[in-house]
Each structure stands twice: as C-alpha cells, then as structure tokens.
Ligand binder design. Structure first.
Ligand code: 13P
Length: 250
C-alpha cells in the first residue's frame, strides 16, 4: 500500500529559533497518525530540527544535495553528510533549483542515482511551466522530465522514490491546479511509470501534489484517487495551517 505523505518545504525561511519554534508548535497539534509528516528546513538548521523533532513522528528531510561523494564543490552538501546527521530523505529537482540554479534533467539523474546509492529516499519534484500548460504540452513535458531523470534507475530504486508533481504556475502564486487537473496528471504519471517499469511499481509509488495547497483546498485535492498527499510551501510555515493540511485526508 502506498503511503499518504504531507511534506513541508520551508525553502529559505526560518532561522534557528523559528525552526525550533515551528516544530515545537507542530508537536502541540494533532497530526493524523496514518500520514507520514515531513518538514524540510534549510541545511544549517537540520541538526537542531532533528533534535527538536526527536521522539515525534515528524521526519526532518533535506531540500537538496550534490551528486558527488565529496570534493571541491564550494557551498555544496553531500549525501554522506546528510546521512551522517540522521537525514533519511532528500528533495531533488524542485522547480526553484531547476530555474534559479540551472539544474537540468541530466544533473538530476546524477543526483537521484547518488541519493539512491547512498540509501536516501528521494522526493523527486517535476512539473510543467505555464506556457507548457497553455500550449497543451504539459503531459509531454512531465513525461520527459520523468524519463530523463528516472528511467535509467533499476526497478529496485523505486522503493526509495516519492514523486512530487508541482506545476510551476501554481507554486507560490495562489493559483492551484484544480483537483481534477491534479488527478488527471497523477493518473498520467502512474500510467507512464507502469509502461516504463511495471504496474506494481506504479501502484506503489506515492505521488504528491504541490503548488498553493492550503487548508481550504487540501481536502478536495487529497480526495482524488491518484493523489497521495502534498508538498507544501507557504502554508507549511504556519503550524496550524500545516496541521490542517496533514489532517485533510478523508
Ligand atoms: P507553495 O505551497 O508556496 O505554492 O509552494 C509549493 C512548493 O514549491 C513546495 O515545494
């Protein structure tokens, strides 16, 4: 059975104190026990976040990593550095990494392979831009993003992968894909994985939706059969909103 997951991508928000406070606030709220809850603070606050979240079901995850084992990559963080402090899951391929930091499908393929080899779980993000959607090219773009970065993986890698479909036009814009649009794309993604790998892999992989998910729209989006949860940006910075989204499954 695939998992229900709600993850908060904090992006470049929250200093040390704010990180600890947000997790403390989440600890005081009821979070549905059948949902895997994850938060992704920035690198410098991972250790403090792990300490604050210890003995809770909240998993602290990383927002990014480099593909190399180690070396002259100023400012970068390796998979081993993440696992050494206790991180088990890493977000890769976020649209902000793709657009502001030049991460291509080829780079993401290397990063994903490295993370899998190092035993990390990967939350792989992808999604079309507004122009792709307007021109009706969105399925094609998504298929290529998946194919270019993930299709060279062995079948065994899929037990370490979570997919996060985030249409770029819905990120931070307040404009969300309709629940129907999310379902349509998630169904397409599952079909694409089934064709490239197997029906059982496609049925087992959790596919999250991301892009302006709020307490007000989460219930409808999460009610769709191929939507297994959400990757949340802005609303994850407010404990009560994030908890409401965690609790939005029927
Ligand atoms: P928003 O929820 O702020 O639109 O961000 C979504 C996102 O990018 C999560 O990774």
């Amino acid at each position: 059975m695939r998992k229900k997951i709600v993850a908060g991508n904090w992006k470049m928000n929250n200093d040390l104190k704010a990180t600890q406070l947000l997790i403390e606030n989440l600890k005081g709220l009821t979070l549905a026990s059948d949902v895997s809850v994850m938060v992704a603070p920035t690198f410098v606050n991972l250790t403090a976040a792990l300490d604050t979240a210890a003995t809770t079901p909240i998993e602290v995850i990383a927002q990014n990593m480099h593909f190399a084992d180690s070396g002259a990559y100023t400012g970068e963080i390796s998979a081993d550095m993440l696992t050494a402090v206790g991180i088990k899951t890493v977000i890769l391929g976020h649209s902000e990494r793709r657009s502001y930091f030049g991460e291509t499908d080829a780079i993401l393929e290397k990063k994903t392979k490295q993370a899998i080899d190092k035993g990390l779980q990967v939350m792989f993000c992808f999604g079309e831009e507004l122009a792709d959607r307007k021109s009706g090219n969105h399925f094609n773009v998504v298929e290529h993003q998946l194919k270019n970065a993930l299709f060279s993986l062995p079948e065994t890698a899929w037990s370490q992968i979570i997919l996060a479909y985030e249409p770029v036009w819905a990120i931070g814009t307040g404009e969300t894909a309709s629940a129907e649009q999310a379902q349509e794309m998630h169904h397409f993604i599952r079909k694409t994985i089934a064709a490239a790998f197997s029906e059982s892999i496609a049925q087992e992989v959790s596919i999250l939706y991301g892009g302006s998910v709020k307490p007000a729209n989460a219930v409808e989006i999460f009610s769709k059969p191929d939507v297994d949860g959400g990757l949340i940006g802005g609303a994850a910075l407010v404990a009560t909103d994030f908890a409401a989204i965690v609790n939005a499954f029927n």
